[in-house]
Design a protein around this ligand. Structure first.
Ligand SMILES: [Zn+2]
Length: 151
């Protein structure tokens, strides 16, 4: 379902409430959260962007997500999980989904992200700990199961 890039249209992600160019989301899935996007005209994307302005994710939340992503992916873990699990999806989508899974895990308490009180170049100060490894493995299995309805 990859369409030829059309400069007049954009891809809208309802979850993130923002638009992407076809180049940013070549497979039609949001590069940030992994949800399916829908195509809309440039004007519609701009208008929706303006309407969603008050609801957009804050820069702090975005940075927090990036930090989580950097921590779980450290030492090539992203590629390693991808290689071992061999999910039926492009790497970029796997990476977004894994990051979202880790965020959920942190919210639900089965994984813990540890940040130092002050920024430091000691990388070991930024780390993650699994509180419930079985739960993580369960979630991982669910993540790589082929989608029932690809839209
Ligand atoms: Zn999204």
């Amino acid at each position: 379902m990859a369409k030829a890039s059309n400069p007049k249209s954009y891809l809208w992600c309802t979850t993130c409430r923002r638009s992407y160019s076809h180049a940013d989301a070549p497979d039609g899935f949001c590069p940030v959260c992994g949800s399916a996007t829908r195509e809309m005209s440039r004007i519609a994307a701009i208008a929706r962007g303006l309407m969603a302005n008050e609801l957009t994710t804050s820069p702090l939340q975005t940075k927090h997500r990036q930090l989580i992503k950097l921590i779980w992916m450290r030492n090539g873990m992203g590629e390693q999980y991808y290689r071992v699990l061999a999910p039926d999806m492009p790497y970029s989508r796997f990476e977004s989904r894994m990051t979202r899974l880790m965020e959920e895990g942190a919210a639900e308490g089965w994984v813990r992200f540890i940040f130092p009180l002050a920024p430091t170049d000691d990388e070991s100060a930024y780390r993650m700990e699994f509180v419930d490894e079985d739960r993580f493995i369960q979630e991982l299995e669910a993540l790589v199961v082929p989608e029932e309805k690809a839209s």
